[in-house]
Write a protein that binds this ligand. Structure first.
Ligand code: ADP
Length: 331
């Protein structure tokens, strides 16, 4: 599809170049031919007075031949010039057309991949629910206890689907970087996020250590809490029992930083550039059956950081834990 679009665009670019080149060539030819003819006429009228009639006739014949040859040269040169323009213009137009279409092609590919991944992720819980319901309906001795178990399992799947659709909705909104006028204390943001994960952390006997300076940024408090929550959720999810997660809030120059470090499974170097992509999950997180995630968390976190004019950096190595650092403009 993009090949034919590139060819079409090449055709139009080339048509414009060739039309301009032919237009200029015709104008140039007409000016040169006027000039040469005027010159020839001036010379002929000069020689008319100074030559015998016979010599003059021969001179006029020769002069006309000369004029034709000169015009012929100009025509040949212009033809060669236009052929060169056609060839180089064609190659340049094709290069330019591909360059123009590449970002569109990439974003369309990303959209298609996104839609494909999303439907795949939606399919799995839906198929699980369908099978469970079908099996239960075919069971003539379905007891109330079994039905309750089925509903509970369905409810879990529904909760997963809801989380997935919330994530997709959040990613699909096309907001760009915003200007916030509300000052948000990052200490409060971290405390609120830590509160969300307190219970789960204590079930895994994970201690959350904090070192929070009084630094502020401009932004939307709830979104910033969500951002820290995503990173904290991962830190806890990918950490072993009885370990420690530490959160630091500090200021350096004009920036505010929140760093979240864990001592968990870490991320392989080759996965690091891809973990912020939608639906990307590393093999280790899949194989170790860390369920509940769809690989959307970090993509959402990055989007929130971007909207606040900030960024997220990660440092990690396999089995060496991970440190995610959020950088935001300090208020
Ligand atoms: P998920 O819902 O799978 O956690 P995320 O987008 O939050 O999705 O993370 C993408 C992937 O990055 C995860 O599947 C996991 O492999 C890896 N990852 C993220 N945070 C950590 C961490 N703190 N330690 C190890 N791996 C991590």
């Amino acid at each position: 599809m993009f090949r034919s679009a590139a060819l079409k665009l090449t055709f139009w670019y080339l048509a414009i170049i060739v039309a301009l080149s032919i237009g200029f060539s015709l104008a140039l030819y007409s000016l040169s031919s006027d000039d040469l003819t005027r010159n020839a006429r001036r010379q002929v009228s000069f020689f008319k007075a100074n030559l015998t009639p016979d010599d003059f006739t021969t001179y006029v014949r020769l002069r006309e031949k000369q004029l034709h040859e000169d015009l012929g040269h100009i025509r040949d040169n212009l033809l060669i010039f236009n052929l060169i323009v056609l060839l180089t213009g064609g190659a340049a137009s094709y290069g330019l057309a591909r360059r123009t279409l590449r970002p569109i092609e990439e974003s369309l590919e990303a959209q298609t991949r996104f839609a494909g991944d999303a439907s795949h992720e939606l399919r799995t819980p839906l198929a699980a629910m369908q099978t469970e319901i079908e099996v239960a309906l075919r069971n003539p001795s379905l007891t109330k206890a079994l039905a309750i178990k089925l509903l509970q399992s369905n409810l879990e799947e529904v909760a997963k689907l809801k989380a997935l659709s919330d994530g997709l909705l959040r990613l699909s909104t096309t907001e760009s970087k915003q200007v916030f006028d509300q000052e948000v204390p990052l200490k409060k943001v971290v405390e609120k996020a830590a509160e969300r994960w307190d219970k789960i952390a204590s079930t895994k006997k994970i201690t959350i250590k904090t070192e929070l300076s009084d630094v502020r940024t401009y932004g939307d408090e709830q979104s910033l809490v969500d951002l820290v929550s995503i990173l904290l959720d991962n830190a806890i999810k990918y950490s072993p029992k009885n370990s420690e997660v530490s959160i630091r809030v500090y200021r350096k120059d004009k920036n505010a930083y929140v760093s979240i470090s864990d001592k968990g499974i870490g991320i392989k170097a080759e996965d690091l550039p891809r973990i912020f992509e939608r639906f990307y999950r590393t093999d280790s997180s899949r194989s170790k059956k860390h369920t509940g995630g769809y690989g959307l968390g970090l993509a959402i976190a990055k989007k929130i950081a971007d909207l606040h004019g900030g960024s997220i950096e990660v440092k990690s190595a396999r089995e060496r834990g991970a440190t995610f650092t959020i950088q935001l403009p300090a208020a």
